[in-house]
Design a protein around this ligand. Structure first.
Ligand SMILES: Cc1cc2nc3c(=O)[nH]c(=O)nc-3n(C[C@H](O)[C@H](O)[C@H](O)COP(=O)(O)OP(=O)(O)OC[C@H]3O[C@@H](n4cnc5c(N)ncnc54)[C@H](O)[C@@H]3O)c2cc1C
Length: 483
């Protein structure tokens, strides 16, 4: 999926949100209350298929001091730790994770590394004008960077380049998509070379799509992987440095500051000079100034067996309202996610849900029948799970230093990399790298696996910076206003 995909691939959900917000004050009040009531991750989440092979590490007593504490062990925390251990290998870094390692959104996502460049660009251009190209390239850079890193580190994570297939089941959405491709090809011809458009049912046979529901198909390059395997394999490598420790089952409940920061957990307290929040949708639990400015939206994924497609392809099915996504693991299992608009509240009731221990009945039932409808082939749902994605009302991540007006604490050593809008695989790695490099010191860096060369300010779009001015402007009703 992609950057402003809540306006693009998820745009129908937000259109529903706009309609609901406009129609019903009580619905909006409920939504506002939900998003402004932060909570810790629940202790008994649904289990994704990726998590069948967890990273087991011996339980150690919690250290009493560290130089840097990273809270959260998803892809964002991983890239911060990786960058810091590359640039300052002798720093004592402690990662605190409320549950199992990588059990948040990263360990339960769809595994798609997909930037729908033509859709993203259209929305970014309308919102940010000249900055659109930099914002788009930031996302696009993730795929080669992650695949290169995985290859260099020899990590077995099912990582593969795929030909991704966008199928449109609605004439209006199809017409808009073709317009977006046209605009993209005019403005960025060199970035659009991989895009192929199949009008009507022209591409159905090649891509196994039932022509009865197909208005058109657009294909281009993307990638897929097991996000959990990637991240836990990376941690297994990073843990070879004795200065790095991870403490699972250690929820942070409070942070105070005096000379240093003191972080309180259910397993004791620990002092440090710097704290990094890599907690995505849960960031506001520990950052009071972000209450209502970052919040979770619950998503669903299933694995399904019984049909063999092609592991070198992935699909997104775009409907009049909402979208779904499918990829095939090399072993044969299909990963099928989406369906948000099918919830009883047309997706709005999935906003502000701080728990991933349940499944929405109607979304689960819908995803179970999706493959048969789109591809005319039967599957059996093997596993269904949910997960919390961090959203900000302006649909951009928060990256950088946190000011004391947001934390109520000293401002020299608190940082954030969070709010990836369900697009972490094309946003979170570089956001974590940026924060890691900012902590390591503002200077010109050499290119190395997973870390771009140059200065951070040269490649990090300034729109992502977590400034007070940006945060003050944000309100949940912006979600509707953006449409
Ligand atoms: C169902 C679903 C499907 C998705 N599909 C895709 C996809 O196909 N492609 C894509 O690009 N993106 C997808 N995403 C989004 C992507 O997974 C996220 O954007 C990304 O994983 C966020 O990474 P993160 O490291 O910021 O957060 P997370 O992986 O959520 O990590 C944050 C961690 O912080 C921990 N934590 C929170 N609070 C505390 C605390 N107080 N103390 C200690 N620990 C704490 C949590 O337990 C969690 O492990 C999907 C997300 C979901 C939920």
């Amino acid at each position: 999926m992609g950057f402003l995909s809540k306006l693009n691939q998820l745009f129908s959900t937000l259109q529903a949100l706009k309609a609901e917000i406009t129609e019903s004050k009580s619905l909006f009040d409920d939504l506002k209350s939900r998003v402004s009531t932060p909570s810790l991750p629940v202790s008994n989440p649904t289990l994704s298929s990726w998590q069948d092979d967890p990273l087991q590490i011996p339980m150690q007593p919690l250290p009493t001091t560290a130089e840097i504490i990273i809270i959260g062990s998803g892809i964002s925390g991983a890239s911060i730790a990786y960058t810091l251990l590359k640039k300052c290998p002798s720093s004592k870094i402690v990662m605190l994770e409320a549950r199992e390692i990588c059990s948040g959104a990263t360990g339960r996502n769809g595994g798609h590394i997909k930037c729908s460049a033509y859709m993203e660009y259209s929305t970014l251009k309308a919102r940010f004008g000249n900055s659109a190209k930099q914002l788009l390239r930031y996302q696009k850079r993730h795929m080669p960077l992650l695949l290169g890193l995985i290859e260099e580190l020899k990590i077995e994570a099912e990582a593969r380049e795929v030909e991704t297939v966008d199928v449109f089941t609605d004439e209006k959405a199809w017409g808009e998509a073709k317009q977006m491709v046209k605009e993209f090809k005019t403005d960025l011809p060199e970035e659009a070379e991989d895009i192929i458009v199949y009008d009507g049912v022209d591409g159905c046979q090649e891509y196994h799509v039932n022509p009865a529901h197909c208005c058109g198909i657009i294909t281009y390059k993307a990638a897929a992987l097991s996000p959990h395997k990637f991240i836990i394999s990376l941690y297994a490598m990073l843990l070879q440095n004795p200065n790095f420790t991870i403490s699972p089952g250690t929820a942070v409940t409070e942070i105070t500051s005096a000379d240093k920061y003191t972080v309180f957990t259910g397993r004791g307290k620990i002092c440090a000079s710097s704290i990094v929040h890599a907690t995505d949708g849960f960031a506001a639990t520990l950052i009071p100034g972000l209450e209502g400015k970052i919040f979770p939206v619950r998503g669903h994924v299933t694995t399904q067996s019984g049909c063999g497609f092609d592991a070198s392809r992935s699909w997104c099915i775009h409907h009049k309202r909402g979208f779904d996504y499918i990829s095939q693991r090399p072993g044969g299992e299909l990963v099928v996610g989406g369906g948000m608009i099918q919830s009883p509240g047309r997706g709005v009731d999935e906003f502000g849900i701080w728990r991933d221990d349940g499944i929405c009945y109607s979304i689960r039932a819908y995803l179970g029948g999706l493959v048969e409808t789109v591809f005319e082939t039967q599957t059996k749902t093997e596993r269904a799970w949910s997960g919390c994605m961090g959203f900000a009302p302006d649909l951009l991540p928060f990256v950088g230093r946190l000011e004391s007006s947001m934390t109520g604490r000293r401002s020299d050593g608190e940082w954030i990399s969070a709010g990836f809008q369900g697009e972490g695989m094309v946003l979170a790695w570089l956001s974590g790298v940026a924060v890691g490099l900012m902590i390591a010191g503002d200077q010109e860096y050499q290119d190395e696996a997973g870390i771009p060369g140059g200065r951070v300010q040269d490649w990090l779009p300034r729109e992502l910076i977590c400034s007070k001015e940006r945060v003050d402007r944000l309100s949940v009703s912006d979600l509707a206003a953006l449409l």
